[in-house]
Every structure is written in structure tokens, then in C-alpha cells.
Design a binder for this molecule. Structure first.
Ligand SMILES: C[S@@+](CC[C@H](N)C(=O)[O-])C[C@H]1O[C@@H](n2cnc3c(N)ncnc32)[C@H](O)[C@@H]1O
Length: 492
């Protein structure tokens, strides 16, 4: 990483001070998820514009951005795809900024430094003493894994994280495969083939584990199985292909697998066949919009970020909602079967809060999953006979302030560095959100017209895994207990 980039990164980190480390990295395995958040937030100043724009000026930047706001164009992540440099002198909605920051092919988080840990040989749980011993082993394998990578190509900004697919391979893949084959046999066999799409396949481990399992347990079904990966990251798509061809066991799989290097949001092929559609830890990186509310009128305002000529970020809010955010709020309102959290808090307290001098003019932001709603549109439009199997975090500790707010963190010299805002140097920070499964289930039903089931990761594993495979000597079972904050959404 060149020194200019480093300087910029550290200016960002300094401006948005770090809190203690959290998840997805070795020092952030699940037991450390409850550490408190130690950030200090700079007081924000607000300015109201005639055109309904309000901006939030950070304490350390004294510049007035009225002129820039009027003259800078509003750009989308798609428009920035061909650009090699991070944009300046533009405005972006929050979801567009997040998408650009994570997925820009030249500087996005998933384009360069992102690496998913793989333990090499699967863990032999039955020979591990207990949960803490497993925890230690994961830490050791992490270090070995990264030492090996550094021998080939040192990278002080390597972004390394772990997923259940990797930690519990091949058992997680086998668990999902059992669910798929049972449901396939109950409802589609023998009239249809088993067609599995996986969006966002990481290292491709889930695909290999599912195909190995089906081949070894039901060869007849295996012969009728097709597995298609839809992967946004060119680097990960290459790795998936490499892992497929390198796997000793995978010779027969090659004819069954297709790896399509494309974002699901660019999908344009109609798939009429019934299929299963997997998305495991993919929702969490989908762009969200920020909405805050006027505490007096309760009217929503939509957030965005202005990037000035010096590359500084200025957060702003606008009374005008764009059609996507407006539609999400409408669909949620119409579809919700249960009350959902609001940054305005419980209705009874709202009057009190907004009364000066105690009240604030605006609520904290809520982060709404607008891209996720658009993903459901893609499913509905192009995969009418799909059955979704999705897993993600239902809550995340140490998120930035707000409702349904993301964790924003980078990794530098093997240390996790969380910050307090998503508006930070694009490409160096993972930005990942919890999924409110209550709301998302209702939105999915409204968009696709399908029925669903939500269950905790633990219940799903309990139902479909051979849990004795992942039991340690003292009877603990990390596969059941490690992902307490994850849930599954399935089409029924
Ligand atoms: C956190 S990783 C999870 C990887 C894998 N599912 C696992 O559990 O190990 C997220 C994956 O989703 C991919 N991804 C994110 N957004 C995507 C999109 N819009 N279309 C296709 N793939 C996407 C990323 O490149 C990455 O492979």
C-alpha cells in the first residue's frame, strides 16, 4: 500500500476513532462480540437549505458545502465502475457509496485485499478437548494461514475473515445439502433436475462440499445436479474456479458447475426451471440507505455523502426520498406483520423527546436494506420458481450508531480497526449489516408472493446436521453455539 493511501487511511481512522476489535478476524471470534464500543463522536452541526437539503458537518471540518452540493453531480456505483480513482467532487446516496466502496472493480473492498480464511484440513472436532481449545486452534490456524500468504506476497492491509462455511467444512455444506436433497426429493424429483444457484460463493467451499456430499450419498440425484455460482468479485470467481480444478475429489463436478462472474444486480436471464437459490453471508454486504426523521414532524429524510475536491466526506440529508428508498418504506409499512424498530423510539415517548431544550431536531439514522429489496425483485423477475436458502447475522455488536446499523472495520497489520461511520476511505473497510429477519421476511413475501420460514442458525443445524460430527470431547458443539447471532430464511 503506498504511503499516500496509508496517510489518507490514517486520517480517516483518526477522524473516526477506533473502538475495540470485533468479529470476523482472529481476535474477533464470537466470544469477543460483546465488547463495549469506545468511540467518541464529534458533535455535528446542521444547516438547513432552501431546497430541503440538510447537511451534517463534522467538527473537524469547517468548510461550508452549500455551493458544492448545488454543483456536484449525483453519481451511482454503477457509473463509477470504470473509474480507477476514487471519486471527488460528487454526491452519492448512502447505498451507492457503500456499493462503490465494497465492489468497485479497481479499488473496492472485494477487489483486492479481501481474503476468506480456510483452515486447510477440516477440524477434527471429536479429537478437540472443548470449545476454548477449538477457539485457540482457529487462532493458530489463522496465523499459519496468513504467514503462508505473507511468504508469497506480504500485505499489511490484508482483509481476512472467516465464515461458518470454512470453519465447519465439510459439515456445513453437508447440512445444507441434506436440506436441499430432502426438499428436492419431496417436491421436484423425478420431474425436474436439482438446480442450485449460489450467489456470493467466497472460496467456493460450499459448492464443493455440497457436490461431494450429493455424489457420495445419492449418485442418481448427483447425475441430475447442476451448480451455478453467481459471483461479483473477479478475484473470488477465479479462486472458486481454481479450487474446483485443484480439489482432488472434484473431477466429476466440473461438468456440473458454472461460475458466472457477475453481480446478481446485473442478472438478465430468465430461469423458468425450479431451482434452489443460496445466499450465505451475502445480504450483510448489500448497500443500505440511511433514513433519519424530523423529531417534530416525523417526516423521513434520506442520507448521502458529498465528496469534495480534497476527497473529504460530508454527510448530508435531504427531505426528498429517492424512489427506491420511498418504495422500501411503503412496502415495509404495508407488509410488516409485526412492529419494527424506529429511530424515533416508542410512540408514547416521542412527544417528550422532541420538546426543546431536551429534544434533538433529528433522530439517529436507520439503515434500510434497499438493495436487499432489489435482490428480491431479481428473484421474482428472473427466478420465478426459486426457493431461497439464505443465512446471515440477525444482530451485530459494536455497530456504528443507528438502527440496523453496520459494523465498519478494517484490518491493518493483522489488527482489526473498527470506525464509527461508513463514510471512510473506499475499499479499505468492510461494511456489513445485521439483517432484521422479521422485516426482511415480510418484504420478501410481499415482493415474491412466496411463503417462508425463518429459524435460527442453531435450530437449522440441529435439524439438518449430524451434530455428532462437530462435537468436542467434552460434549460441547461449536457448530451449534458459534453463530448464535445468525438466522436462516427459507422459501417453503
Ligand atoms: C462474506 S462473503 C461470503 C462467502 C461465502 N458465501 C461463505 O459463506 O463463505 C460474501 C460473498 O458475496 C459476494 N457478493 C457480494 N455481493 C454480491 C453480488 N451483488 N452479486 C454476487 N456476489 C456478491 C462476495 O464477493 C463474496 O463472495
Amino acid at each position: 500500500m503506498d504511503s499516500l493511501v496509508l496517510n489518507q487511511l490514517f486520517r480517516q481512522l483518526f477522524r473516526h476513532p477506533a473502538c475495540q476489535s470485533i468479529r470476523r478476524s482472529p481476535s474477533s471470534l464470537p466470544r469477543s462480540q460483546t465488547r463495549s464500543f469506545l468511540t467518541r463522536r464529534t458533535p455535528a452541526k446542521r444547516k438547513v437549505q432552501d431546497d430541503g437539503m440538510l447537511w451534517v458537518k463534522r467538527g473537524d471540518i469547517t468548510k461550508n458545502i452549500d455551493e458544492e452540493y448545488r454543483t456536484y453531480p449525483t453519481v451511482t456505483a454503477k457509473e463509477l465502475r470504470s473509474r480507477r480513482e476514487r471519486p471527488r467532487q460528487v454526491k452519492m446516496l448512502t447505498r451507492e457509496f457503500i456499493d462503490d466502496s465494497l465492489y468497485n472493480p479497481h479499488y473496492g473492498y472485494f477487489s483486492k485485499h479481501a481474503t476468506i480464511f480456510t483452515p486447510g484440513e477440516p477440524f477434527d472436532f471429536n479429537r478437540i478437548d472443548d470449545g476454548p481449545a477449538f477457539h485457540r486452534m482457529v487462532g493458530e490456524r489463522y496465523i499459519e494461514f496468513e504467514d503462508r500468504l505473507d511468504e508469497i506476497k506480504p500485505d499489511i492491509a490484508r482483509q481476512l475473515w472467516h465464515t461458518p462455511t470454512e470453519l465447519f467444512k465439510p459439515y456445513y455444506g453437508e447440512t445444507i445439502a441434506r436440506y436441499l436433497v430432502s426438499n428436492y426429493k419431496l417436491t421436484l424429483y423425478p420431474y425436474h433436475d436439482l438446480i442450485i444457484y449460489e450467489m456470493g460463493a467466497g472460496n467456493g467451499t460450499m459448492m464443493l462440499n455440497i457436490l461431494d456430499f450429493i455424489r457420495d450419498t445419492d449418485y442418481e440425484v448427483y447425475q441430475r445436479t447442476k451448480f451455478k455460482i453467481i459471483e461479483i468479485s473477479p478475484a473470488l470467481a477465479d479462486l472458486q474456479y481454481k479450487n474446483l480444478t485443484d480439489a482432488l475429489n472434484s473431477r466429476g463436478h466440473r461438468d456440473r458447475v458454472e461460475i458466472i462472474n457477475r453481480s446478481i444486480f446485473d442478472w438478465d436471464t430468465y430461469v423458468h426451471s425450479p431451482c434452489f437459490f443460496l445466499g450465505l453471508e451475502v445480504f450483510d454486504n448489500f448497500g443500505h440507505d440511511t433514513i433519519r426523521y424530523d423529531c417534530q414532524t416525523e417526516m423521513p429524510q434520506q442520507g448521502g455523502v458529498l465528496i469534495d475536491a480534497a476527497g473529504e466526506f460530508h454527510e448530508y440529508y435531504n427531505n426528498q426520498l429517492d424512489p427506491v428508498a420511498a418504495r422500501f418504506l411503503r412496502v415495509r409499512q404495508a407488509a410488516a406483520r409485526r412492529p419494527f424498530p424506529s429511530p424515533l423510539g416508542p410512540r408514547l415517548l416521542r412527544g417528550l423527546r422532541s420538546t426543546p431544550p431536551f429534544g434533538k431536531a433529528h433522530s439517529l439514522p436507520e439503515y434500510i436494506p434497499t438493495r436487499l429489496m432489489q435482490f428480491f425483485d431479481v428473484l421474482n423477475q428472473y427466478f420465478p420458481a426459486h426457493r431461497l436458502v439464505a443465512s446471515d447475522f440477525s444482530s451485530l455488536p459494536d455497530a456504528v450508531p443507528g438502527i440496523n446499523a453496520p459494523v465498519v472495520q478494517t484490518r491493518y497489520q493483522r489488527q482489526t480497526v473498527p470506525v464509527t461511520t461508513p463514510f471512510v476511505h473506499q475499499g479499505y473497510f468492510d461494511i456489513f449489516f445485521p439483517t432484521d429477519f422479521n422485516v426482511v421476511e415480510d418484504v420478501y413475501r410481499a415482493v415474491t408472493g412466496k411463503l417462508t420460514q425463518v429459524m435460527s442458525h442453531e435450530d437449522f443445524v440441529d435439524r439438518w446436521a449430524y451434530i455428532e460430527d462437530t462435537e468436542t470431547r467434552n460434549g460441547e458443539n461449536p457448530f451449534l453455539t458459534w453463530y448464535k447471532n445468525a438466522s436462516m430464511l427459507m422459501t417453503v
